[in-house]
Design a protein around this ligand. Sequence first.
Ligand code: HEC
Ligand code: HEC
Length: 248
Amino acid sequence: MSLHPIRLLLLSLLATTFTGCDWMPGKPTRPETARGNPAADVEFSSLWATRCAGCHGIDGTWGGARPMNDPIYQSLVSDDYLRTVTAAGVDGTLMPAFAVAHGGELNDQQIDIIVDGIRSTWGKGTPVSGAPPLTGPLGSAAKGKQAFTAYCGHCHGADGTGGTAGSVVDPTYLALVSDQSLRSTIICGRTDLGMPDWRGQHADAPANQPPLTADQVSDIVAWLASQRINYPGQPYPVLEQPGTGRSE
Ligand code: HEC
Ligand code: HEC
């Protein structure tokens, strides 16, 4: 007697139910299982690789977002700051909140493992002294414009719209970054990308140009912030409404 195709199907479904999916192609491997059960992941290397590396770079460098292996950043940043940003994210930017309390899926212990890991993996460099504080108030935009032209114009253009290093007043860019991130960038630079730190050292820097002061950093952030526009992505094309003579 041959089996009806429907019975065959039922039998194979039953077999799958009893044997589990162990033999199936696509069976989850252990790290994927940990992804389904986020609390199981308690290794810094795996937490970093699965949660942070896509944006901050696998070894903390060359990411779209700030490298964590930067010795200046490591000298200036506090554990509390790292913990707060990792837990709560940065509102209005692409930096997600990771703590359960903020809608993420990591518990406090995992946030601590990440902070400790960032420190023990990349915080061993020589501490850097004399840098302006990582956080600070906004300064004067007018003074910031002058300081920008003097210190940044060589690479970003006197008005910030771009030189060899591209625009930093692009409305879309400014809409995506916080003032704090601009401040960190000005103080620490992006030495992995060729952007100098607050001391402004580069091949064509004017001789004897003093490092930026804390006030100048605050002024430049204020000027960059003042370049934000209300509706980035505008203007949209103006569409003529046929026959009405009106446009909207
Ligand atoms: C989707 C991309 C993305 C992911 C994933 C991501 N970040 Fe970020 N992160 C950002 C961006 C963008 C910023 C800058 C935000 C801003 O404008 O202030 C940032 C900022 C930060 C800062 C503050 C940097 C500063 O300038 O002081 C820290 C610390 C940080 N992230 C840690 C982490 C950690 C730890 C993880 C993983 C648990 C992580 N990030 C995952 C995009 C990301
Ligand atoms: C020697 C050239 C040079 C000078 C001087 C310089 N930059 Fe940059 N800057 C760069 C390069 C290169 C990048 C990376 C550009 C890229 O990858 O698109 C960069 C990136 C940036 C970014 C974006 C960082 C990010 O990833 O979010 C900001 C903001 C910025 N610079 C601001 C400034 C300011 C403000 C000054 C003056 C205090 C300054 N730069 C001086 C070369 C320079």
